[in-house]
Design a binder for this molecule. Structure first.
Ligand SMILES: *Cc1c(COP(=O)(O)O)cnc(C)c1O
Length: 437
């Protein structure tokens, strides 16, 4: 018997590899050249001098970012991970404080909480947009809760109005992880600008990139000041006279962006809208062509929102599709596509299962509280755990790809999903899941 599926020896649908995610052109080269010719590669100083705020490219990027996102302050950092840490620190989160976040997010979202010896409390996600579930959020709030980190995952905004309302009722800080959603909107407001602090990433996978980098935005002058201190050796800066109202968390790191990255980030920011338009055109085309496939739920958009599709996520109906997400992703990849099986909830990682972070005595989980009060048991977020088995996703519905690349995705789907008998021949190998970065 001969099979058509490439994984069983048939012909591949797509034979050429996907091109790398390149968003740079002559404009970025010129910006980098300008910095190199000047020779000032960074101009930060961790002391009470004008250089406390960095050099000219950093300052220009921050002004342009604040303008584009309509916020009072944009503070550049050397990654969104640093940005999340600076934000949690600026919000005054400390040992034993609980911070609520979804379990479907990059490790950095939770690491930023642990760095301050606070406790991540994972709460379940919605089936349609994979963002914080409101009922689960309400139930997760305790007298120790100090903040919530809604994650605008895969490019879709979390449901911010009710989240802000619940946060206000309980006096929680709202720190938005918008690393995957620059330009996404919720009723006319930009993701990352609705809470107290919002974090964007400029790493090489994100919509716009500068190598490594991030930006934190806020409308609060005091939070902005605290962010700038944490970014740049707070303790040294305060000692030389940079003012701060409270010394809480004023342990300073070096989260400073270089002039070279800032110069490139400025050019990338100007390209954001065009890159988003190109991405949305590809996604619209793919969604149109895949609609009507039995057993597939395509990305949905909550009314009043815009989705910027960092990842294109498809949910498989296990009653209709005769194979697991693991098998489907492997079968599609054998066809030459680039798909991942589901995402693992963070609390299932060894760090949470064994509660080992600082030393081996349970810190910070035992700092000022009982080791077992916050649960990381399998089952605490049943929707997130079930969806791990049911979704597949790809990042390659984005520039510089074209419609013909999307056509190949559709062609492979048509082939794979019309061969249930062949799919049944492929064994589930388990154990694989997608990365969030
Ligand atoms: C990429 C990402 C981060 C971290 O970004 P870096 O700039 O690589 O540190 C944080 N949160 C989410 C949701 C991300 O996708």
């Amino acid at each position: 018997m001969t099979y058509a599926l490439a994984i069983l020896g048939g012909k591949k649908t797509r034979t050429k590899p996907y091109p790398p995610h390149v968003t740079t052109d002559e404009r970025d080269w010129r910006a980098a050249q300008r910095v190199l010719e000047r020779g000032i590669l960074s101009a930060f100083e961790g002391a009470n001098t004008p250089a406390f705020l960095g050099g000219s490219e950093v300052n220009a990027l921050e002004a342009e970012w604040a303008e584009r996102f309509g916020v009072r302050h944009a503070v550049s950092v050397n990654s969104a991970t640093s940005g999340l840490m600076a934000a949690v620190g600026a919000a005054g989160i400390g040992p034993g404080d609980e911070v609520i976040l979804p379990p479907w997010t990059m490790t950095a979202t939770a690491a930023a909480v642990l760095v301050y010896n606070a406790i991540p409390v994972f709460c379940d996600i919605t089936e349609d947009t994979f963002t914080l579930d409101l009922e689960a959020f309400r139930r997760a709030v305790t007298p120790r809760t100090r903040a919530v980190i809604p994650v605008h995952l895969f490019g879709h905004p979390a449901d911010m109005d009710p989240i802000l309302e619940i946060a206000r009722t309980h006096g929680l800080a709202v720190i938005e992880d918008a690393a995957q959603s620059p330009g996404a909107m919720d009723h006319g407001r930009l993701a990352g600008t609705m809470g107290d602090l919002g974090i964007f990433s400029l790493n090489c996978n994100k919509h716009i990139q500068c190598g490594e980098g991030g930006v934190v935005v806020t409308n609060d002058d005091e939070l902005a000041n605290r962010l700038r201190l944490i970014r740049n050796h707070a303790e040294a800066a305060v000692a030389t006279g940079v003012p701060v109202k409270s010394l809480v968390n004023m342990l300073g790191w070096n989260y400073r962006m270089t002039e070279l990255e800032a110069a490139i980030a400025r050019v990338q920011l100007r390209k954001l809208d065009r890159l988003l338009d190109a991405r949305l055109a590809l996604v619209d085309y793919l969604t149109r062509r895949l609609s009507g496939f039995p057993g597939l739920t395509l990305p949905s958009v909550r009314p009043g929102c815009t989705h910027v599709y960092y990842r294109y996520v498809v949910t498989l109906d296990p009653l209709i599709i005769p194979a697991s997400a693991e098998v489907i992703a492997r079968v599609l990849n054998a066809e030459g596509l680039h798909f991942y099986p589901g995402f693992q909830p963070l609390y299932l990682q060894p760090l949470y299962q064994q509660r080992i972070v600082y030393g081996d005595k349970g810190c910070p989980f035992t700092c000022g509280r009982s080791r077992d009060q916050v649960s990381y048991e399998p089952g605490i977020c049943p929707i997130a755990e079930r969806l791990q088995q049911e979704v597949i996703s790809t990042e390659v519905v984005r520039p510089p790809l074209s419609r013909s690349d999307v056509d190949e995705i559709v062609e492979a789907f048509e082939k794979v999903f019309s061969r249930p008998q062949e799919l049944l021949q492929v064994q589930d190998e388990g154990g694989r899941h997608a990365e969030y970065d």
